[in-house]
Design a protein around this ligand. Structure first.
Ligand code: 2BA
Ligand code: 2BA
Length: 109
């Protein structure tokens, strides 16, 4: 068994939830926050058999798209003014950041 952790954008989370159910995957959705943009994203926890991991990755890939997002400048408040960028910067936020981990044990009590 494997545990898939997928960080996706909030805009894609409902579509991905529905697609996972349609393909008979069990999942748990958690609200999360990106360390860089400090804005909300969604982390899916999906426990599944090894042979279904590729299918789960396909479902994630098909339902999450990358988007450009503007990062507002943050005043350096006592920080290093040399690195302060006074204008918004565009970053590309990926469709999904996915980790696949081995599962040592799985229990449902
Ligand atoms: P839910 O996804 O809201 O599922 C609630 C219950 O609905 C499940 O209870 C199960 O009886 C049923 N169910 C869920 N997905 C189904 C499906 N695709 N087909 C048929 N029935 C389905 P539990 O199995 O006791 O799970 C309770 C909660 O634990 C789940 O809430 C989910 O948040 C989490 N969970 C369970 N298995 C998981 C897994 N393999 N990976 C990640 N999270 C899991
Ligand atoms: P955030 O940390 O809010 O990052 C959003 C986007 O900002 C990233 O998109 C990337 O394009 C950019 N970015 C992040 N850190 C950066 C840095 N130090 N310098 C320059 N640009 C940076 P993605 O790479 O697609 O990541 C989307 C979200 O996935 C991230 O949100 C984070 O929540 C999660 N994530 C990405 N890589 C991760 C990792 N290695 N471990 C844990 N979570 C990760």
């Amino acid at each position: 068994m494997k545990l898939i952790l997928a960080v996706v954008q909030d805009q894609d989370s409902n579509r991905l939830s529905n697609a996972l159910v349609d393909h008979n995957f069990r999942a748990t959705k958690m609200a999360s926050t990106g360390g860089f943009l400090k804005s909300g994203n969604t982390t899916f926890i999906i426990g599944t058999e090894d042979i279904r991991v590729d299918k789960a990755l396909d479902v994630i890939r098909d339902n999450c798209k990358s988007r450009d997002q503007l990062v507002a400048p943050v005043s350096p408040m006592g920080g290093n003014a040399d690195s302060y960028v006074p204008y918004p910067v565009e970053v590309e936020v990926g469709g999904a950041t996915v980790f696949v981990l081995p599962v040592e044990q799985f229990h449902q009590f």
